[in-house]
Ligand binder design. Sequence first.
Ligand SMILES: Cc1ncc(C[n+]2csc(CCOP(=O)(O)OP(=O)(O)O)c2C)c(N)n1
Ligand SMILES: [Mg+2]
Length: 685
Amino acid sequence: MAFPSLPSVLAVRDVRAPELDPGSPDGLLRIYAWMQFARSADNRILDLFRQGLIKGTVTGGQGNEGLIVPLALLADKTVDVISFSHRGFGGHLVWSGHPCDHLNQYFANAASPTRAREGNIHHGDPAARSLPMISHLGAMLSNVAGATDSQRRLGRPAVGFGFFGDGSSSTGDVHETLNLASLLSLPVLFVIENNAYAYSTPTCEQFAAGTELWKRAAGYGIEGVSLDCGDTAHVARTLAATIEKVRTTGRPFLIEAHTLRLRGHAAYDTGDYLRPGEAEGFFARDPLPRLRSTLAAGLGAARLDAVDAELAAFLEACVKTSLATPRPEPAGMELDVFAPTPAPLPWVPSLRSDPGAAAEPPETLNAAQALNLGLRKILAERPESIVLGQDIGTYGGAFKVTEHLLRDFGRPRVFNTPLAESACTGYAIGLALNGHRPIEEFQFADFATEAATQVTLNAATMRFRSGAACPLVLRLPCGGGLTFGSFHSQELESFLLSMPGLKGLYPSTPQDAFNALLAAYEDDNPVVLFEHKALYRRGRAPVAWDPNYRDVWNPRHVRAGDFATVVTYGEMVHLAAEVAEYFAGEYEAGFDLFDLRALSPLRLDAIRASVARTGRLIVLHEGRRTHGFGAELVARLVEENFAALKAAPLRVGALDLPVPFAPELEQAFRPTKEKLIDAIAAWMG
Ligand SMILES: Cc1ncc(C[n+]2csc(CCOP(=O)(O)OP(=O)(O)O)c2C)c(N)n1
Ligand SMILES: [Mg+2]
């Protein structure tokens, strides 16, 4: 559907510093037009919500325009990176797209930029470096930091813009990201939108620092200032100078902008908690009428009236167009959870990247060495790759998987991160959204819970809601049996992979570890690579360049048998192989054993065919039984094979406990060879 043409006052989306000189009204008039349009559109959206034409809720930006509009106009939209908050509607309008695109988002219609999969202001334009927000406040700052760093690594003089409210300033992500940005010296302008309230909670109930949040900057070793947003000309000039400073120094900067919330928190909020007269005080500080009268004094009221009339007519034309757009179709939603698989990368066909080594013999490696070799190959051949994690630099990682990578590839491609899993993962997401391909090592899989929002809600849903690819490899040293206790031994596959949009590989051999790393790397989705710690050094095996490395996305048929189908993965593959040997010898019962390898997406055809043939199914995994991965496997394998079954499936996993510490307790907790033999024998009996 054709969109109405933009009126001439909205034709330009930039303001440059010289246009803000006193005496030249052009810049300020443009700022006024966009502020006025944003205000009217926000108010109109509220009306449309009240009429039931917009669903969910709307969090208006009324009162925030005096900050966000000049900032968006001053940014260099050809290189800069931004993620607007839920008060940034005016910024969205300026940054990219047509106002109808933004209205389509609110109407959640067939032309919505999120394909109606996300509501109200949860959109962006990743291709134009406007990163779409998720609800979890504070979470977007690290994404901006990563994408800005990506731009700088590509030689572009970008500045990033990240926003958080007074309320959001209490989140851990804000602290983690400010520290990270300062540490890595990233040119990000962090802006606190302090409107004195977080929903209904005033700042005095949120923190003791009153209105001096900007002073936190000193704690991160960066500059900070407080900015009152009452006088738009002053705001614009301050922002222009600050953006220039960040662009040239390459250092982060913190602005505490004192903005306003002229409506309740969201459409349903009547603001009953405000003190008497407080709302009137907000309206008295509103910068929009103040800017209008300043301009009218110079240009004449009739000129401003004409601008307002033109904007109002344009807005109505946009609303009409967007309202006439068809409703979205559910078809295709499931196909969009994952980005399509791209063509294989042009790897040098050898384990190492020396082009002369194509015919090299296999090397005998343990899994840690195979992974190290895989990382080397990626770093040597793929300039967009970046390896990060705690202690992965000089120390070589807690399990020495990254040994000597820093020495051989140098910073900034290989570097230690602070203990900030959430911000570091968010930063990796930002890198990925801008074309880099980060590989992040979690010191132990257990610490991925610290990054649960970034992994499961942000990265995993990115493709579905924004269409953008988010190619990340998250390496998770997992599993128990090593007396590491509850917080260094867990199997988190069902916890993580129950969320849509994550792929998961769990190799059990050095060859598969090497192949899985390459396959995960070249995938356009976030891939969790589960690396069982006990397998890192369990023994060496031949590892060769395997042109079919992508087969790791399919189960491996480990041994053939007719009596029962056994499905497992990870360290349990080795245990199951020993147990299969035992039953073949003692009971003459042959097990058809599969190593699943890929836990998401599941490709079960070969295993289904096996179950149809054997009529018996054993599922084994190291993690807990309840809500364990085996529940999903049994359900999927049985629902289509029920008639073929000769026995109820057997599901073996750990006890439903936190991982206990002492070796005796841990062995009682997790599947062991003896317990598996007993369980199968009882089941057979
Ligand atoms: C991490 C997180 N916790 C809770 C919420 C629910 N919530 C949405 S907006 C909001 C208030 C945010 O206050 P502030 O950061 O000051 O932004 P404002 O709405 O005032 O612009 C809350 C609590 C959320 N979105 N994210
Ligand atoms: Mg607030």
